[in-house]
Design a protein around this ligand. Structure first.
Ligand code: K1U
Ligand code: ZN
Length: 167
C-alpha cells in the first residue's frame, strides 16, 4: 500500500470533474486501498479520488471511532435527500478550516463497490454530510466555496500564511 499526496486548496486540479469508472480492475482496487490508507493516516473520515489527483468517481469514507467501517462509493448518485443538517465540516485539502454548510440531514445514495457490485445506502448525520462533501469533490467543488466571499478571503489568507510557514 502507499500513502498518496493530498492536494491543497486552491490547487486547480481540485476543480476538475471526475469521470465515471468503467473498468473494475486491480488498478481500481489498489487505488481504493491506497486512498483508505491515506485517509486513515491523515487522519480523516473521508477522501475523494480528486484530492489525490485522480479524476475518477471514487470515494472512501469511514466515520466510525475504531476505523473499522470502510465505505467505498464508486460512481455514487444521490437519489433521495431530506432535512437540513448543521454539522461542521472540515477538509483534508483545506487544513485548519472548519465551518457549517447547509446540507441534507438524510440521503439515499446509489453506488458500486470496488468489485463492481451495485448497492444502495441510506445515511444520516456525519455519514450523510460526508457523502455530500465527497460527491462535491467529484464535481470539482470544495466546501469553502459555499462560504461568504469574506470567509473565502480569510481562508485564502490563512492557507497562504500556512504555506509561507512551511516553505
Ligand atoms: O474530504 C475530506 O477532505 C475529508 C473530510 C471529510 C469530512 C469531515 C467532516 C464533515 C464533512 C466531510 C475530513 O475527514 S476532515 C477531518 C475530520 O473531519 C476528522 C479528522 C480526525 C478525526 C475525525 C474527523
Ligand atoms: Zn474535502
Amino acid at each position: 500500500m502507499a500513502l498518496l499526496n493530498i492536494l491543497r486548496y486552491p490547487d486547480a486540479r481540485l476543480h476538475k470533474v471526475a469521470a465515471p469508472v468503467t473498468v473494475f480492475d486491480e488498478g481500481l482496487k489498489k487505488l481504493v486501498r491506497d486512498m483508505a490508507e491515506t485517509m486513515y493516516a491523515a487522519p480523516g473520515v473521508g477522501l475523494a479520488a480528486m484530492q489525490v489527483d485522480v479524476a475518477k468517481q471514487v470515494i472512501v469514507i469511514d466515520v466510525s471511532d475504531r476505523q473499522d467501517s470502510l465505505v467505498v462509493l464508486v460512481n455514487p448518485e444521490i437519489v433521495e435527500a431530506s432535512g437540513i443538517s448543521d454539522i461542521e465540516e472540515g477538509c483534508l485539502s483545506v487544513p485548519g478550516v472548519y465551518d457549517v454548510v447547509e446540507r441534507a440531514e438524510r440521503v439515499k445514495v446509489r453506488a458500486y463497490d470496488q468489485h463492481g457490485h451495485p448497492f444502495t445506502l441510506e445515511a444520516q448525520g456525519l455519514l450523510s454530510v460526508c457523502i455530500q462533501h465527497e460527491i462535491d469533490h467529484l464535481k470539482g467543488k470544495v466546501f469553502v466555496e459555499y462560504l461568504s466571499q469574506l470567509k473565502q478571503q480569510r481562508v485564502r489568507a490563512k492557507l497562504a500564511k500556512q504555506l509561507r510557514r512551511t516553505a
